[in-house]
Design a binder for this molecule. Structure first.
Ligand code: PMP
Ligand code: GLN
Length: 381
């Protein structure tokens, strides 16, 4: 047998797969992996079916169906007054994960350093390492997970190439302020860095708070990739379709890798989504529904011994269980799934070094009846 050197020797099976599997084994309410349990709109399903029946079943253009890219450009113009060029600045991807991987692959050479903020979404580190880069984590902690930009500056070296941000943030549920984006802009400008802004939850900000896309900043617009996902917008995480926005120069480089990574994304769904999202109001109405779920669940959880941390965006909330158990997060998450029949995600799995804050992430993109079942289980623990 020839020897085989793993590129990712320390990377385990994702915590999302692990906890979903455990939930299945124990027939627990699965509030771990982030996905809605309500149906995709029948009208959208009908549109996909119609496009398939009408023969839209061959390769889409490599950067994506133009009608869909035009819809995305229209959305940015209508909601944010930002101009994005559909032909040169938008590429349709097979979900946010592929967008992130390809953007990272476009920027990272062996030895490059990448600053990430922990708790960090699980795909950043392995994607950076697969291309020979090295992550430099900035650790943020509960309860507010605020970024100390001076501490970030101290982590910058001559090898630093990229900063990855996720706003709104999974798993913390926090959002960046305008001052945060300004601080980021200053660092990027002063040190000649690039940015990947994971904005897959851009439409899920609550209590009238505005999402601060990096696209508002002329400096970051020239130095960054924005990653988005239709999985979150259409309640269809299994469709694996999203997009990446960047200036023409960065998009051209992105597509060099994209065309050999997936080439193009499935055709009938692109046409269907382009038709379905003709009205920009669709996006503005999304947050209200999720905010109602957030409020419903946090009120219901007040009857339990779990404490809810503030959630400004995404469809995740953090629960502090320090009054319930002294177990470490992963152990407690496993215990809860087996005994209380509710599965959640330990926050420690979003850090590269052991940390224990007695926090679990709970997904509230669920029907009321599912949330009720979960609260009922947690009442008896
Ligand atoms: N980034 C974040 C922060 C996410 O939570 C997710 C998945 N929910 C993704 C990227 C990946 O998106 P997709 O499912 O479209 O690949
Ligand atoms: N983004 C989803 C979450 O945070 C999971 C995606 C996945 O399973 N890879 O739960």
């Amino acid at each position: 047998m020839p020897s085989f050197v793993s590129k990712l020797p320390a990377t385990p099976v994702s915590i999302f797969s692990r906890m979903s599997q455990l939930a299945h084994t124990h027939q627990a309410v699965n509030l771990s992996q982030g996905f809605p349990d309500f149906a995709v709109e029948p009208e959208l399903i009908k549109l996909v079916t119609t496009y398939m029946q009408e023969g839209f079943n061959q390769y889409a253009p490599m950067p994506g169906v133009l009608a869909l890219r035009e819809r995305i450009a229209y959305k940015y113009q209508a909601l944010t007054q930002i101009d994005v060029h559909p032909e040169t600045e938008i590429t349709i991807t097979a979900g946010g994960t592929q967008g992130l991987f390809t953007a990272i692959g476009t920027l990272i050479h062996p030895g490059d350093e990448v600053i990430i903020f922990e708790p960090a979404y699980d795909s950043y580190q392995p994607s950076v390492e697969a291309f020979g880069g090295k992550i430099v984590p900035v650790r943020l902690f509960a309860p507010d997970f605020e970024i100390d930009w001076e501490a970030v500056r101290e982590k910058i070296t001559s090898r630093t190439k990229l900063i990855i941000i996720n706003n709104p943030n999974n798993p913390t549920g926090r959002i960046l302020t305008k001052a945060d984006v300004t601080a980021l802009e200053e660092l990027v400008d002063a040190h000649g860095l690039y940015v990947i802004s994971d904005e897959v939850y851009e439409h899920l900000t609550y209590d009238e708070q505005k999402h601060q896309s990096i696209l508002y900043s002329p400096i970051l617009r020239e130095r960054g990739y924005v990653v988005a996902s239709f999985g979150k917008v259409l309640h269809a995480t299994g469709w694996k379709i999203g997009y990446v926005i960047a200036c023409a120069r960065l998009t051209e480089e992105f597509r060099k890798i994209h065309q050999f990574n997936v080439f193009s994304v499935n055709t009938p769904m692109q046409w269907a989504i382009a038709d379905y999202l003709s009205d920009a109001d669709y996006y503005t109405n999304l947050a209200a529904g999720f905010q109602a779920k957030r409020d419903y669940l946090s009120t219901a959880l007040q009857q339990t011994r779990f404490k809810v941390l503030p959630c400004e965006g995404t469809y995740f909330m953090l629960l502090d269980y320090s009054e319930v158990s002294v177990q470490a997060e992963l152990d407690f998450a496993i215990h809860l799934t087996a005994k209380a029949k509710v599965a959640m995600i330990p926050i420690s799995s979003f850090y590269s070094k052991e940390v224990n804050q007695s926090l679990l992430r709970i997904c509230f993109a669920k029907e009321k009846v599912t949330l009720d079942r979960a609260v009922d289980c947690l009442l008896h623990i």
